[in-house]
Structures are given as C-alpha cells and as structure tokens.
Design a protein around this ligand. Structure first.
Ligand code: ADP
Length: 164
C-alpha cells in the first residue's frame, strides 16, 4: 500500500468543476489518483455508472490529466483502497456542513483501516456552493450550466437532464 497513490471516492452524479478542481490538485500531489465511483448507495443516481465514468474521463482528459483512472466499487471504501494499493483517501471540503459528516466517515475508516489516511482538501472559493444536486436541479429546468461543469461535458449533461 503506497502513500503515493490515493483514491478520490464519490457519487459524481454528475462530475462538477468542484470535483475537477480537487482531482487536478490531488493529481499534482500523488503519483496516481483512482477516482472511485460508488455503486452501492442509498440514493439512485440520475446518470448511469457508465455515463458517470465517461463524463469523469472526458473532464479529466480535457484538463490535461494523465495520472488518473476511474474504477467503480461496491462495499467498503477501505477495502477498495486496499485493492487499489492506495494509502490515502481524498475528500473535498466545502462549508462547515461538510465537516461533521467527513469527520465521522474519516474516524470510522481509520478504525477499520488505520493504515489508510484521509486527506481533506479545501474547495476553491468559487466552487464552495457548487454541488451535483444543484447542477441536476438547474439542468432539469433548462438553466445554463456554464462554469459549473467541465466544458467538454456541458452539452451532454444539459440535454440529458432536460430529457430526464
Ligand atoms: P458523496 O456522495 O461521497 O458525497 P459526491 O460526488 O457528492 O459524493 O462528492 C465527492 C467528493 O467531492 C466529496 O468529498 C465532496 O465533499 C467533494 N465535493 C463535492 N462538491 C465539491 C465542490 N464544489 N468543491 C470541492 N469538493 C467537492
């Protein structure tokens, strides 16, 4: 298990500029970032697993990233980290409201796997109020998503959310 490799887990329904900002910054620090697409969740995502994976890949390649991969996973995040040989979990922090939840998850993950470290990165201020659910809501009413999602994915996501 390497501390030069990290996992960036999430639902990414869909992948936003806030997610991309964290991914870009993590890719500068780590040799490799595995974007972990969560399969088994309580909420039913709007975008399929395949769509979400493709949108992340297009966004990351559009930003010029090379040292990343996208892999879906089921079950415990720490087990996925072990499988990937990644010693670090990356999470993005926006407002104080994110903090309590992240603290709880990080504490639980440390209990399950003390060898895996959780690293929280602060969002860029311009993305502090950006979330996948806001994107889904605005998109479903036909509002412009410019600047909220990576430009390569704008057309597809806008059309897809309108049709939903
Ligand atoms: P989850 O269901 O695990 O919260 P998300 O796809 O909503 O998955 O988010 C994945 C990660 O990205 C989380 O760590 C979340 O805090 C972070 N994140 C979400 N939106 C932003 C943003 N605008 N800026 C920075 N980080 C963000």
């Amino acid at each position: 298990m390497s501390h030069r490799k990290c996992v960036y887990p999430g639902t990414f329904d869909p992948f936003t500029m806030g997610h991309l900002d964290i991914l870009c910054r993590a890719s500068k620090i780590f040799d490799h970032v595995t974007v972990g697409l969560l399969v088994n969740i309580k909420k039913t995502p709007v975008f399929s697993l395949e769509e979400r994976a493709r949108l992340i890949e297009e966004s990351a390649r559009g930003a010029g990233l090379g040292n990343f991969s996208v892999t879906s996973f089921n079950g415990l995040l720490v087990d996925f980290c072990r499988e990937q040989g990644a010693g670090v979990i990356i999470r993005g922090l926006r407002a104080v409201s994110d903090y309590e939840y992240e603290l709880q998850i990080a504490a639980m993950n440390r209990r399950l796997a003390p060898e895996v470290e959780t690293l929280c990165m602060m969002t860029d201020a311009q993305y502090a109020y950006l979330s996948s659910s806001i994107v889904r809501e605005i998109g479903s009413y036909g509002g412009s998503l410019k600047g909220m999602i990576p430009p390569e994915t704008e057309e597809y996501i806008s059309e897809r959310l309108l049709k939903k």
